[in-house]
Design a protein around this ligand. Sequence first.
Ligand SMILES: [Zn+2]
Length: 287
Amino acid sequence: MLVSAKEMLQKAKAGQYAVGQFNINNLEWTKAILLTAQEMNAPVILGVSEGAGKYMGGYKTVVGMVNGLLEGLNITVPVALHLDHGSYEGALACVEAGFSSIMFDGSHYPIEENIEKTKELVALAEQKGLSLEAEVGAIGGEEDGVVGSGECADPMECKAIAELGVTMLAAGIGNIHGKYPENWPGLSFETLAAVQEQTGSMPLVLHGGTGIPADMIQKAISLGVSKINVNTECQLAFAAATRQYIEEGKDLQGKGFDPRKLLAPGVEAIKATVKEKMELFGCVNKA
Ligand SMILES: [Zn+2]
């Protein structure tokens, strides 16, 4: 059964480790992540962007697939199904469809409007027993077609949003979605420390986990980050393994064209990536 992300993140914050959010794109992705979480005895958050939801045939399809896999694969670790960077309308649709967690990304609105809309969704999430993530300070890189450079959130704005009663808060600290550019100055730990000071026990979320060096990840966790989002890294791993399979001509040998064979190396590559991240985040055996 899907659970809200509240308890797993509060435990992570108290225990100074982070839970991974891994974005899903299809059946293979979802299976790979769930099986790895079970093997590692780790809590996990499955992230679904609005675009990925549409790609998979709608939020209800996603909920049906994930619930089916939890049962069919005997998954017993805590799993949250979370809307990633949701719009206000997307958040409502996911609540309706049966997601256990939602993110409302109001970071592109003026702060007053972000507060207003977040407040409404906090009430709805509480009523339904779901967890809610809010965002302050746009995260750089490409976020649903909008390319930003990685802002730093205003700690006082973070405090205002945290006090609305959200479950977890994503604050921009110079992090970027996708691959990091050569000249990236790194995470702003000064901003993170100031946000943590203003928001106390609120679990903080680090988006754009692909390519942040391990020592920066560990420092971020020590400064209050309890959820780290990983998306691009699984995509790169899947693509590289699939490329190798094709380039070695394996699809042309015997029944190598069978999708269950053709997609298998990519699935193994996602599993290896998820495992590596869970070890880095410290959430192994925390289910
Ligand atoms: Zn993000």
